[in-house]
Design a protein around this ligand. Structure first.
Ligand code: GLA
Length: 405
């Protein structure tokens, strides 16, 4: 018998309801177990790329991670400052920088102009500031702090600056003349920065690396190959700080800066004691050129704590951690970076150490002074920059172990 179309529609509706689970309100549908079947994925020609597990970090940056704790700095060359891509990263990651070389005496002293003006320039050397202008302007326009590095150092200060007539090879000048040159040099550099870029420099490395057990005198004050010592004597350090305090407008702290502080902690404190007594120093910069073999607790944290307990502010001024060519190199390096940041952040937050900044000595391994040992947070090729595991360590990524033995 032929069914009417309406009868067919009714049958279809019942079947559809049964399949859609759309049963009568209130009824408890009993699930029918469906036999499971292994599904073999059909290989596609283009494998789907694995999503980058770190992508959640893409819009996270060091300076924000440590906002309110300490500034995060980087050493820059004027070449890097002209590199647009590099500066994009610098703008995101850092809020402080240090000139790698441009603010050192060998680059600020103008020998030709000094010679041309001699003997009027005998105690007033001529300086040129062209090499630091773009960096300081960038800093001022973008709200960066700058570490002034460095006013008095035995190295990268030309030998001609210490001679009677400003010519290399001539006899060294007297203590009085050299003190006058030191004072003039410090005054000119500080005044130039304070007048033209007010408030930009927040710390001056007044004296760099003056304590050295190998070439030092009986107090370990660096004597060998140190023309400051040879012309002035061991108290050149005290005079440098005295002049820096005299010409400072008070917007920057005055620092003594050195490497391997763990080897010479007590000697550094001894050398600085009279300067502290005179009120001419605020802090100690620990360079921290480390390697993955170094124990961070002993080489960094405990030393910083000792300086802090002696009444000094502390900054980590030139941090880099070299790796040895082992299979675990990246892992070790990220762990060590994590430890440095962990110790310093905790010490700052619990009021143990008054630390204002941590500066990484270079933006990428390529432009590091120890580039073959890949010591910093980025790697780069041309204009491509990439964060290394070390960067995640510095961010204290919870997935990175941080322990040492
Ligand atoms: C020392 C100086 C720095 C820099 C490094 C090497 O640590 O303080 O300015 O010259 O050596 O790059």
């Amino acid at each position: 018998m032929k069914r009417k179309p309406s009868a067919w529609i009714a049958v279809l509706l019942v079947v559809a309801m049964a399949f859609s689970g759309c049963t009568k309100k209130g009824a408890d549908p009993t699930p029918t177990p469906v036999p499971t079947e292994e599904i073999t994925p059909t290989p596609t020609e283009e494998p789907t790329p694995t999503p980058d597990p770190k992508s959640e970090w893409d819009d996270k940056f060091l300076k924000d991670r440590y906002d309110g704790v300490f500034k995060i700095g980087v050493a820059l060359s004027s070449q890097t400052i002209r590199n647009v891509k590099a500066m994009e990263i610098v703008k995101n990651e850092f809020n402080s920088f240090t000139f790698g070389n441009e603010m050192k005496a060998e680059n600020l002293l103008d020998q030709a102009a000094t010679l041309a003006g001699y003997p009027d320039t005998n105690t007033e050397p001529v300086l040129k500031f062209i090499g630091i202008q773009n960096g300081l302007t960038f800093a001022m326009n973008n709200g960066y702090g700058v570490r002034g590095h460095t006013l008095c150092w035995y190295s990268q200060t030309p030998a001609w600056f210490f001679t009677e007539d400003y010519k290399a090879g001539s006899p060294l000048c007297s203590r009085e003349v050299m003190l006058a040159r030191l004072e003039s040099y410090i005054r000119q550099v500080m005044e130039y920065c304070q007048t033209n870029y007010p408030g930009v420099i927040y710390a001056w490395d007044v004296v760099n690396e003056a304590v050295d057990p190998q070439t030092g005198d009986e107090n370990y004050i660096r004597k060998g190959k140190n023309l400051w010592y040879e012309t002035i004597g061991p108290d050149f350090i005290q005079y440098a700080f005295e002049y820096a305090r005299k010409y400072s407008d008070g917007t920057a702290d005055l620092y003594y800066n050195d490497y391997n502080c763990y080897e010479k902690t007590d000697w550094i404190l001894k050398a600085l004691a009279p300067i502290k007594e005179a009120g001419n120093i605020d802090g100690i910069g620990m360079q921290c050129h480390l390697s993955t073999g170094d124990n961070i607790q002993n080489h960094v944290y405990k030393v910083a704590k000792k300086f802090s307990d002696a009444g000094y502010k502390v900054e980590i001024t030139e941090l880099d951690i070299t790796v040895t060519d082992s299979g675990y190199a990246d892992k070790m390096q990220s762990m060590k970076y994590k430890l440095v940041f962990q110790y310093m952040e905790q010490a700052k937050l619990n009021g143990e150490i008054d630390i204002d900044s941590v500066t990484i000595w270079g933006l990428s391994d390529t432009d590091s002074w120890r580039s073959s040992q890949k010591p910093v947070l980025y790697k780069s090729a041309g204009s491509q920059f990439e964060r290394k595991p070390a960067w995640y360590g510095a961010m204290q990524d919870p997935s990175i172990d941080a322990f040492e033995w």
